[in-house]
Design a protein around this ligand. Structure first.
Ligand SMILES: N[C@@H](CCC(=O)N[C@@H](CS)C(=O)NCC(=O)O)C(=O)O
Length: 228
């Protein structure tokens, strides 16, 4: 099994939030995987599939090219391993969070991190990233960076349901982590890999949840070193 991921100048520091969902899902299922690092501009040049984004999972001649589809593929193809969703209701909860977190969490965090991501990139990616992301932001990377603290505050405000849930349980999925936790953890890994920003404070339940997540699967998430 191979997982194609996204890196910058440091090929050990894969920073895609979507790839991190999949990495954690593979850890959950205890499936060994070979990581294949790519930079942005290498993705469209792959000759075996037409995917424009990572993660891409290669398994038994299949290429699955979307993080949600990969989670469903792993759940369907490895039913004897621990479940990522815990049944139909858990799958619906994960699907809801997958969609709802896009506008509430992914977008404000992207706006906060866009410039920091740029600083991590291979030189060959910089022109592409600046052009495509400035079009998406509607402003320059530098102008977005000037509003970093405002966007982090928006992101932080939207975390309140997660902090509320985690007052009563260790994981968003209950006593044990599952795919909903991996969706959120991917965002924390994204920020950790590209930026020195602080997302939550030590007195918040999410702070302790991040530490619990970091320790899963032999400390898998700790391969991402905080940027000083
Ligand atoms: N819906 C996709 C989104 C994946 C995605 O946006 N991946 C980004 C990296 S975080 C990517 O590969 N972007 C390539 C590009 O923008 O050129 C999924 O969940 O897998």
């Amino acid at each position: 099994m191979k997982l194609y991921e996204l890196v910058g100048t440091d090929r050990t520091q894969g920073f895609s939030p979507y790839v991190w969902r999949t990495r954690m899902a593979l850890g959950h299922k205890a499936l060994p995987v070979e990581m294949v690092p790519l930079i942005f501009t290498e993705i469209p040049k792959l000759d075996f599939c037409t995917a424009k984004t990572v993660p891409i999972l290669e398994h038994d001649g299949n290429y699955i090219t979307d993080s949600w589809d990969i989670a469903c593929y792993l759940e369907d193809n490895f039913p004897d391993r621990p479940s990522l969703f815990g049944g139909a209701a858990g799958k619906a909860y994960a699907s809801f969070f997958h969609f709802s977190s896009f506008y509430t969490l992914v977008i404000p965090l992207f706006q906060a991190l866009a410039y920091d991501i740029f600083t991590c990139l291979d030189d060959r990616d910089r022109e592409y990233f600046r052009r495509s992301r400035e079009a998406r932001l509607g402003k320059s990377l530098e102008a977005a960076h000037d509003r970093q603290s405002e966007n982090l505050a928006i992101f932080h405000k939207q975390l309140w349901p997660c902090n509320s849930i985690l007052k009563a349980q260790d994981f968003l999925s209950g006593d044990h982590p599952a795919y909903v936790d991996y969706i959120l953890y991917g965002l924390f890994q994204w920020a950790r890999g590209v930026s020195s920003v602080t997302l939550v404070n030590a007195d918040e339940p999410l702070y302790h949840w991040v530490r619990r997540m970091d320790n899963l699967f032999g400390g898998l998430g700790k391969v991402i070193r905080p940027r000083g």
